[in-house]
Design a protein around this ligand. Structure first.
Ligand SMILES: Cc1cc2nc3c(=O)[nH]c(=O)nc-3n(C[C@H](O)[C@H](O)[C@H](O)COP(=O)(O)OP(=O)(O)OC[C@H]3O[C@@H](n4cnc5c(N)ncnc54)[C@H](O)[C@@H]3O)c2cc1C
Length: 449
């Protein structure tokens, strides 16, 4: 695949962090004071989201004598991996459900299930306090479009023999505290968690041969000699790294490194979260704590009630050509979230959102995820199409295994369900086209939002 390396011009933006933790908790974990001005590493992993965290850990486990750098432009938990709704989804989801091939669906399930096992193992072993909760999830439908998609979901589950429970309006209402939903399908394998706490717990428990350098954007990435020259900006100082191989775990930002250029569509989706509900508000709400509902129609609204009584709403997409989100756009999204929230919980319409935020994901126009050696000694996995907690985690682990020369059935399955994202038209046509498609999708899904 053609590529060019050099200056990395556009960096992850300094936008409003997620509301999962107080902003003060989102400090840099790595200690820049200990970095030399010139460093040699056997492996460099760029991006400390779920993909990069899994990749660095597995590289270190498989190569205990090797020196590994894990770099992120932002403190761990700041990026999309700490901005998501906190569902670790086992089943094929969103575009993956379009496949009619039961072998492909079963492979995706096996890969995601392994990711959940790996994460559970780390959470238990390192005692990571992230509200890990194996309560499964609801796939909810509001009207006809949603119930149609719900039926298609049930058919896909039948194909792979996965268990589920169909719930009617009244049954769903006892859990979610609103009779807004016509029905839902409950599946037991999904895990809910607090994504900032999970990513930061994973970062703090990395093996000793991993040097974490977060809060240090890569500003130059080039081939030098038989390896790579990488320049980071760390607390105002430029640091040079020489490295034999690189695992680029930068999802939507990957094209900024000259890789998969014009093949990834950067898209932002948005979330808002209330403060913890008071006793009186909990009584008025009338539902349970600790559940998650994803929309049967992917264009609809995701809802969560946390263990600590906060309600989260996620919906709306926008093209993110510059990766960031303007405050005025965030204001508009907060209003949309308010609308969706008030329709579901009119009795809580005075409860304010404590925070609203956006986060960038990489999509591909042909809905495929990329996995593999994208250029000599550069490995990449991206375009998890909005469900990257499980897919990113297993991709990161398997990238490390593939780059270390390991072979396994799981790796074969990962290659089998991955492909090359199709080429995008050039900007401004890409932005215009994506925005038009998103508008149409929002209009089609308006009753499910
Ligand atoms: C609001 C929202 C809700 C979502 N809900 C869910 C959900 O419930 N479940 C789910 O599975 N998925 C969800 N997603 C999607 C999920 O968050 C992503 O798919 C996942 O985070 C991808 O992980 P990643 O590690 O591949 O990429 P990222 O988390 O995007 O990590 C890439 C990292 O690369 C770093 N980087 C980029 N450029 C540079 C540079 N120049 N130098 C150094 N570092 C750099 C970035 O700072 C970033 O931390 C949601 C996303 C959003 C925004």
């Amino acid at each position: 695949m053609p590529h060019s390396f050099g200056a990395v011009d556009r960096l992850p933006p300094n936008d409003t962090p997620s509301g999962w933790v107080e902003p003060a908790e989102l400090s840099v974990i790595g200690s820049a004071r200990h970095y030399d001005r010139l460093n040699w590493f056997d492996w460099t992993v760029v991006g400390a989201g779920f993909t990069g965290l899994a990749a660095a850990r597995r590289l270190a486990e498989m190569n205990p004598a090797a020196k590994i750098a894990l770099i992120d432009a932002k403190p761990v938990g700041w990026g999309a991996s700490g901005r998501n709704s906190g569902f670790i989804i086992d089943l094929p989801h969103k575009f993956d459900l379009d496949s009619a091939d039961p072998v492909r669906l079963a492979s995706i399930l096996r890969l995601n299930t392994q990711a959940i096992k790996d994460l559970k193992n780390h959470v238990e072993r390192f005692d990571i306090a992230c509200d890990w909760s194996q309560v499964g999830k609801l796939q909810g439908a509001v009207q006809k479009r949603g119930t149609g998609k719900m039926r298609a979901f049930a058919q896909a589950l039948d194909k792979i023999g996965e268990p589920y429970t169909v719930m009617d309006r009244a049954e769903v209402a006892t859990i979610v505290g609103t009779d807004y939903y016509a029905g839902a399908i409950h599946t037991p394998g999904c895990v809910l968690m607090n994504p900032v706490r999970l990513t930061r717990g994973l970062a703090r428990s990395l093996p000793e041969n991993v040097t974490l350098m977060d809060g240090c954007p890569v500003v130059r990435f080039a081939r030098e000699g038989r390896g790579f020259g990488i320049t980071l900006r760390c607390q105002g100082t430029l640091i040079e790294i020489a490295s034999a191989s690189t695992l680029m775990c930068t999802n939507a930002f990957t094209p900024e490194f000259g890789l998969l250029k014009n093949r990834i569509v950067p898209v932002i989706t948005f979330a808002s979260m209330t403060r913890p509900l008071s006793d009186t508000e909990i009584e008025a709400y009338g539902g349970q704590l600790d559940w998650g509902l994803t929309p049967a129609d992917p264009g609809g609204t995701t809802l969560r009630m946390t263990r600590d009584r906060r309600l989260l709403v996620r919906n709306q997409y926008d093209y993110a050509g510059h990766y960031g989100v303007a405050d005025t756009e965030l204001d508009r999204m907060r209003e949309k979230h308010r609308e969706a929230f008030n329709k579901r919980y009119p009795m809580l319409n005075k409860v304010p959102f404590a925070s609203s935020w956006g986060g960038v994901c990489g999509l591909s126009r042909n809905h495929v995820s990329y996995f593999g050696e994208v250029s000599e000694n550069v490995w990449n996995s991206s375009c998890h199409n909005g469900v990257g907690v499980a897919r990113g985690t297993i991709s990161g682990r398997l990238l490390a295994e593939a780059a270390s020369g390991h072979k396994s059935d799981l790796l074969k399955q990962m290659y089998a369900v991955s492909n090359t994202p199709s080429l995008n038209p050039p900007d401004p046509f890409l932005g215009l086209g994506v925005r038009a498609r998103l508008k149409l999708a929002a209009w089609e899904s308006k009753e499910e939002i």
